[in-house]
Design a protein around this ligand. Structure first.
Ligand code: NCD
Ligand code: ZN
Length: 353
């Protein structure tokens, strides 16, 4: 059996920098046409100039003949200059601005401490119809980690929507039925990305037979009923929901330790896993909308004119478990089941010979 779909876009991706960037870029560039690149480097990408420079570093490590197009973002802080953001948008240098509540996730220390302080930037985004990508979790230690998305929606997101009703908002890596409902009731102004791993994992997986650091990410996976809500949204032909893998590589030594980093590296297996999940749900015919159509449309882009072909093999496909980086390695997401869907054709690499 095979499936041909327009080339997917990854609307939420971490590529990092330096040696990790070099190691991970191929996994995304070979399958995806574009990706919204997260700015949580250390130090973060907080200005237009930094986003332009980061894009150049990404282009410099692309495989030869790759047509992959990294779409850049700026990291919002309490002190972001609205004029800088406005110029970056006008110049076509950025596709979105990313809100990390300070302390909510990896490299979010410089994030926003008080949303009131970003109102001028939000106004620029609303005026230019530029999406605000939101890490939707409060960071208060006093709020239970499994409730942080819902509390963020109630305390912060509702406020942003009331201030700027025309602002396009992407609730990134949505993990709860509450998040899905919020997006549905505020669509078309709001949308959400859904990751591959949140379609597969519930919170039990993190503790299956022992503590599993490679299933730890933020927002953490929730109860099974929430995973079911995500699955229904992803496979239900709803234009408000689209793929953002949140593929987030960390060195194994940074995850297999007493205080391990949050983030799951899914890029190499993302499409195989997605085809598996959609087939299981009886929704293979909806995969293209989720992975290749709804995302670009929300960002005002045309879906890719190229295609990718997935073929279902009779036997499990061989998958690597890790990617070497210097003396260390990055562990590749293990969905916990065999994969049969393989990407077999790749028009994104134009071999001119
Ligand atoms: C991401 C990372 O490692 O940069 N981690 C994660 O668990 N998803 C940050 C983020 O998107 O929260
Ligand atoms: Zn992320």
């Amino acid at each position: 059996m095979n499936l041909i779909i327009r080339r997917p876009d990854d609307m939420h991706l971490h590529l990092r920098d330096g040696a990790i960037l070099k190691s991970v870029i191929g996994a995304t560039a070979s399958n995806f046409g574009r990706a919204i690149i997260m700015p949580n480097l250390s130090p973060p990408v907080t200005t237009a100039a930094a986003a332009i420079a980061y894009r150049k570093r990404i282009l410099a490590v692309l495989p030869e003949f790759s047509s992959f197009d990294p779409l850049m973002t700026v990291y919002l802080t309490d002190n972001t200059d609205p004029a800088d953001v406005g110029e970056a948008i006008a110049g076509g240098h950025i596709s979105a601005v990313k809100l990390y509540p300070a302390g909510s996730t990896t490299n979010s220390q410089s994030g926003v401490t008080d949303i009131e302080r970003t109102r001028d930037v939000l106004a620029v985004l609303a005026e230019t119809s530029t999406p605000l990508c939101v890490h939707g979790e409060v960071s208060d230690f006093g709020v239970d980690v499994f409730d942080r998305e819902k509390i963020f929606i109630d305390r912060v997101l509702e406020k942003i929507v009331s201030w700027e009703p025309s602002l396009p908002i992407v609730l990134e890596h949505v993990t709860t039925a509450d998040g899905i409902e919020f997006v549905r009731s505020n669509h078309p102004q709001t949308a959400a990305t859904i990751t591959v791993h949140h379609l597969i994992l519930n919170r039990n997986h993190m503790f299956l037979g022992g503590l599993r650091p490679h299933y730890y990410c933020l927002p953490v996976a929730k109860r099974e009923q929430h995973r079911q809500a995500l699955l229904e949204a992803a496979t239900g032909r709803e234009t408000a929901f689209f793929l953002g893998t949140d593929s987030a590589p960390h060195l194994a030594s940074d995850k297999e330790t007493s205080v391990g980093c949050a983030g799951i590296f899914t890029a190499p297996v993302a499409l195989s896993c997605l085809a598996h999940v959609f087939e299981d749900a009886g929704a293979l015919q909806c995969l293209e909308e989720f992975a290749s159509i709804n995302g670009p449309r929300f960002y005002g882009l045309e879906p890719s004119p190229e295609t990718v072909e997935l073929r279902k093999r009779a036997a499990p496909i061989p998958v690597a478990h890790e990617l070497p980086v210097g003396d260390d390695r990055i562990i590749i997401f293990d969905p916990g089941f065999n994969l049969y869907w393989e990407v077999v054709r790749n028009e994104g690499i134009h071999n001119e010979n």
